[in-house]
Design a protein around this ligand. Structure first.
Ligand code: PLP
Length: 356
């Protein structure tokens, strides 16, 4: 099958920003990808056009009922000038799982990959150089039909935009302080917690605000039914090293199945470090902390890759982890995963895809 993507290049390229000090997701490249969907016709007219505003009817369903999903992945420039994407087919797979949950029609995975490839190549000059930098890729789908009836939209747009990002850690990886949320919940079984859909993030802002006011950088969510089992941290999955074993909450139907999470589990298994995916209660964690068995904790996600956790606040009690310092395993995982992503160390898993 040949995939024909129409290309309209910009006639007025923007000035590229300095990478240093760049705020995450604040600058966008010269081009974007668009694909339309119309009921009866299917997905059609794949095209790359100059980055620009889009015009929409105020009744478009996405504004009223939140029928929308997104993805997030990165492209990297290697030392020897190659461009690598990290596990893009996993993101496309998850894009379609989110689509399915939100009653959005499936997108041809081959077309999506080809769109990523061509868009990244057209704007390759925007991929920053240097340690820790990358080009963040944001694919998303919005329901565009102008109609206020609550029903799946008959029209959609699938778009991809690109944003150059600076190193997440300007001065080496640093542990964060996390507030364990007991009032609000993020998701429940049967809900949309496993989909990367806008409403999950809007619903989390209130708790995030409260944590920020208290001096914490993110919240840790507990399950919505028992309010007892650990789910995830902000927009990251979470891991704990307890008495030599690495434990992460199992994919229980309400947490997001992170691709970084999956990569970390595979790396740990490769290193023969015991890793368990299971239910983990906040009581068990508190007990492990009291008895000195809680050795390390870290969040995982595309943006930060690994974010060590130095303190957890659970109902006013402060659990300090590894004296508030980055753990040895957290640092090793960070070095290895970012090394593979940047093409600096060998990739025994076949995770990176060269874009050319
Ligand atoms: C995106 C996301 C993650 C991390 O997923 P990655 O694929 O590792 O980037 C974890 N939790 C939530 C809620 C997310 O939105």
């Amino acid at each position: 099958m040949t995939i024909d993507i129409k290309i309209e290049k910009t006639t007025s390229p923007k000035t590229k920003p300095e990478t240093k000090g760049l705020v995450f997701g604040s600058k966008f490249t010269d081009h974007m990808f668009i694909l339309d969907y119309d009921h009866g016709q299917g997905w059609h007219d794949p095209r790359i056009v100059p980055y620009q505003n889009i015009s929409m009817d105020p009744a478009a369903k996405v504004f009223h009922y939140g029928q929308t999903i997104f993805e997030g992945l990165k492209a990297y420039l290697t030392e020897d000038g190659r461009i690598l994407m990290f596990r893009p087919t996993k993101n496309i797979e998850r894009l379609n799982l989110s689509n399915e949950r939100l009653s959005i029609p499936e997108i041809d995975p081959e077309l999506a990959l080809e769109a990523l490839r061509q868009l990244v190549l057209i704007d390759k000059e925007w991929i920053p150089e240097g340690e820790g930098t990358s080009l963040y890729i944001r694919p998303f789908v919005i329901a565009t039909e102008a109609a206020l009836g609550v029903a799946p939209s008959l029209q959609y747009k699938f778009m991809i935009i690109l944003s150059p990002v600076a190193a997440y850690y300007a001065e080496g990886i640093n542990p964060v302080k996390i507030y364990v949320e007991s009032k609000y919940v993020r998701a429940v079984p049967g809900g949309v917690g496993t989909a990367k859909t806008a409403g999950n993030y809007a619903a989390g802002l209130k708790a995030q605000e409260g944590a920020t006011e208290l001096g914490y950088s993110q919240v840790m969510w507990l399950d919505g039914v028992h309010r007892k089992y650990i789910e995830e941290v902000g927009s990251m999955n979470v891991f704990f090293k307890i008495d030599g074993t690495v434990v992460t909450p199992a994919l229980n139907g309400s947490i997001l199945h992170g691709i970084t999470r999956d990569s970390i589990i595979q790396l740990l298994k490769h290193w023969e470090i015991p890793v368990e995916e299971r239910q983990l209660s906040i009581d068990e964690l508190e007990e492990a902390s009291r008895s000195g068995k809680l050795e390390e904790a870290f969040g995982t996600g595309t943006a930060a890759v690994i974010s060590p956790i130095g303190e957890l606040n659970w109902q006013g009690e402060k659990l300090t982890i590894n004296e508030g310092k980055t753990g040895e395993l957290s640092a090793k995982l960070y070095e290895t995963l970012t090394g593979i992503q940047k093409g600096a160390i060998e990739d025994p898993f076949g995770w990176t895809l060269e874009v050319k």
